[in-house]
Write a protein that binds this ligand. Structure first.
Ligand code: GLN
Ligand code: ZN
Length: 757
């Protein structure tokens, strides 16, 4: 190929817009408020602005086709003719696309799941025996031409065939999707020719799956697929991007194919791995040295020395981000409330592009050419290292002392006996997961408080009124263990982050979670400490209104870690233990205030699981340790609950037993209680509340169907250990749905209780 190697790029970029313009436009379109042409013009101007700012910053190759109305895996399914047949009857193309993404009244959407170990969710393509792969290149070709017309050095980005198939799911009795790789190769070959005709000099195939252990054959597949794509005559130069980890054996395998460039994530992987592959001497190495998924400023000095060690091992070196900047906010420019020190430690999307360009310039023109940038970076490194907020010796000493004394509670059977004597619950006790509907009034009150329209006293008064209403409702329904309903929490992580030292919130740090949904993760920059109790006032108020036990609700250390941007200057485990200490102090304060049941939610336990098996045991060890540190400060008569939001436990099932919570609620409504057998097999002997209905749907389950689930659960778990609850929090449902569903749930529990008696 004759394409010039590029020197400065990024792997991909966000698309929601710096002010979430795309969110407003798509949601407006779905609601019928925004016309098709308005939506398209918002999209086109977001693309134009994104591309031109990347060129202005100095990139010499710009990723395109990273725009999406919803998700790139879905775009790829469309491109390959692999949409499920149930959407085929939707006549309009864009509406068909949205039907696959979101469903309609009569069409179920594609399933959604986490993109590797990030908080982004992709849509899972369905491959059935009837799927016939055919090329539908309209979107990528249009985006390429649009960019070229604007003079952009455009490099179309496409999810590669291995990643596409390994992340798809087989339906209707089909075999593993990856077995159809030979049908997909010719489609990708055809695409390469078309892109060359349309004027592409380079094309990027994303193959993050090569850094995982999802398929042991991945290196062999990589060599097969890219040898085939590499032999297409008259094609663009090919860049294969791996990211989120070390490609391991896939790196030499790719290097033996005719592709021109290979991308590696040097934030997650090692420089040494590159030096060990002699075939890279003939390739462009796209060095992902600027962290694309965390918010810290790059230490330019350190980055330059790492890049320098690679120069001798590769044909040419391009500087890039470790992965798409989709995972970080757009720009620091909107953050006006950060103190100067903290601000100097950070780099969001736009700042990361400047770092890439600076590093590429240093490689080309020498260090002196970027002396000012290096000086600024060194100053930031020094300021971060010496900031007193990064070390709280008291917190560190307390953790050491607690770990030395042990984080083991009393034997679980003994705990159960003392808790039973204290709580007097019936067999099959009924409860909920924590939140009650977040009504428009609750949201308005929170917004008014933030905007300073109501004072704190008025805010507290309204929240307490809401808590009183939720307690009264639960008493009317006859639930056994009540909750306060979480009205004061905008988000289960942000609520705690706002009250803990060591965290800072952003004003506009939005990142896409899925589709039009965005989240604003807090930044965890220093040692975590709890200056004051965080939940005690709300929970004790709720408890003062009822004779039934009220369960205190906390978010667990791993989940707080997983849904924040976390400091990168110490092991994650150390940070997790610090959060755990704050939660532990909160459990002790709740206990002292007379609360007998405390739930510590860990819905993200599985999410942080490392992609490579070799690293998983170590992770599970500290994740379990953090949970135990958080929950072992209370006496045996205080009942600890936890909640996990999924039912396919896989590798984490043993860890769930190790958490040693007295009661674990899990999602099971959609997996028909099979999960209980898995838990038994893992030696789990504490109490369990398999969700008896699916809160993700507006449907109200009947008493009989819940009773049937409970009878099924009783096949696996004795009545003394079985709890009755929905499968997750109720905040997204309406008051009517919740009341009707819980009424049936309580009736079903009573019925099955009397059958068992
Ligand atoms: N306690 C939280 C709630 O009920 C748990 C949410 C979750 O599992 N993600 O909303
Ligand atoms: Zn949940």
């Amino acid at each position: 190929m004759t394409a010039q190697p590029f020197t400065a790029t990024i792997t991909g970029s966000p698309r929601i817009g710096p002010r979430r313009e795309l969110k407003r436009a798509t949601e407006g379109y779905w609601a019928g408020r925004t016309s098709r042409s308005e939506l398209e013009s918002v999209a086109a101007s977001l693309r134009r602005d994104a591309w031109s700012s990347l060129v202005a910053a100095g990139l010499d190759s710009v990723p395109v086709n990273t725009f999406s109305y919803y998700d790139l895996m879905l775009d790829t399914a469309v491109m390959l003719g692999a949409l499920p047949p149930r959407v085929h009857d939707v006549p309009d193309e864009l509406d068909r696309y949205f039907a696959a993404a979101r469903g309609t009244e009569d069409i179920a959407p594609l399933e959604m799941t986490k993109w590797f170990d990030t908080n982004y969710h992709y849509l899972v393509p369905e491959i059935s025996p009837a799927t016939r792969f055919t090329l539908n290149p309209a979107k990528v070709v249009a985006e390429l031409k649009e960019a070229l017309q604007q003079g952009i050095p455009a490099r179309p980005v496409i999810i590669g065939p291995i990643t596409f198939l390994l992340l798809s799911k087989a339906v209707d009795g089909a075999g593993a999707p990856i077995d159809r790789i030979d049908e997909l190769i010719p489609v990708y070959c055809e695409l390469l020719s078309l892109l060359a005709d349309a004027g592409a000099a380079w094309v990027q195939f994303d193959e993050p799956v090569l850094v995982t252990d999802i398929s042991a054959d991945a290196p062999v597949l990589a060599q097969r697929v890219y040898s085939a794509l590499g032999s297409v005559p008259a094609r663009p130069a090919i860049h294969v991007a791996t990211y989120f980890g070390d490609p391991g054996e896939a790196l030499p395998a790719l290097a033996r194919t005719p592709v021109e460039a290979i991308g590696v994530d040097l934030v997650a992987g090692a420089t040494a791995a590159v030096a060990a592959v002699p075939e890279l001497a003939g390739k462009t190495l796209v060095a992902g040295i600027v962290d694309g998924r965390n918010v810290w400023r790059t230490d330019l000095e350190a980055a330059l020395s790492r890049l320098a060690t690679l120069l001798g091992s590769v044909g040419s070196l391009a500087v890039s981000t470790s992965c798409s900047t989709l995972h970080v906010p757009y720009t620091l420019a909107f953050e006006t409330e950060l103190d100067d020190n903290l601000r100097s430690w950070l780099a969001f999307g736009a700042e990361k592009v400047r770092e890439v360009v600076t590093l590429a310039r240093a490689l080309r023109d020498g260090r002196e050419a970027v002396a000012a940038e290096i000086a600024a970076s060194n100053a930031a490194v020094a300021s971060r290292r010496s900031d007193p907020r990064l070390r709280n010796e008291q917190v560190r000493a307390r953790i050491d002392a607690i770990l030395a004394a042990g984080i083991q509670r009393g034997p679980s059977a003994q705990r159960r006996a003392t808790q039973n004597a204290r709580l007097h619950l019936p067999p099959l006790p009924t409860t909920t997961i924590g939140s009650y509907p977040q009504t428009p009034e609750i949201r308005k009150t929170r917004a008014a408080f933030r905007a300073g329209e109501i004072d704190e006293a008025e805010y507290v008064r309204r929240m307490k009124a809401e808590i009183a209403a939720v307690i009264a409702l639960q008493e009317r329904l006859g639930l056994d263990v009540l909750v306060h309903g979480e009205p004061e929490r905008n988000d289960m992580v942000q609520y705690f982050a706002e009250q803990l030292d060591g965290f800072v919130a952003t004003q506009n740090g939005w990142v896409q979670s899925y589709g039009s949904r965005c989240v604003r993760p807090p930044i965890l920059y220093g040692d975590v400490a709890r200056p004051h109790p965080m939940t005690v006032e709300w929970i004790t108020y709720a408890q003062s209104l009822t004779d039934k036990p009220v369960k205190g609700m906390l978010t667990g250390p791993v989940t707080i870690l997983a849904w924040s941007f976390v400091r990168d200057d110490q092991p994650l485990a150390d940070t997790a233990y610090q959060i755990a200490l704050a939660i532990r102090d909160e459990t002790i304060d709740l206990q002292s205030a007379g609360i007998g049941i405390i739930q510590v939610d860990e819905p993200a336990l599985r999410e942080l699981l490392p992609l490579r098996r070799a690293a998983q045991d170590d992770y599970l060890r500290w994740a379990v340790g953090a949970f135990r540190l958080a929950t072992s400060g209370v006496s045996d008569s205080t009942q600890i609950h936890t909640h996990l939001c999924y039912s396919e436990f896989g590798e984490v099932i043993g860890a769930i037993a190790d958490l040693d919570a007295d009661v674990t609620s899990i999602e099971a409504a959609r997996s028909h209680m099979e999960v209980l057998d898995d838990l038994n097999a893992a030696g789990f002997a504490n109490s369990v509340g398999p969700g008896v209905y699916d809160i993700h749907s507006p449907r109200v389950p009947s008493t009989e169907e819940i009773a049937a689930s409970l009878r099924a659960a009783l096949q696996a778990v004795p009545p003394q250990r079985l709890w009755v609850n929905p499968d997750c929090g109720l905040k997204t449902r309406t008051a009517e749905e919740v009341t009707a569903s819980l009424r049936n749930m309580v009736a079903a529990a009573a019925k099955v209780r009397s059958e068992a008696a």
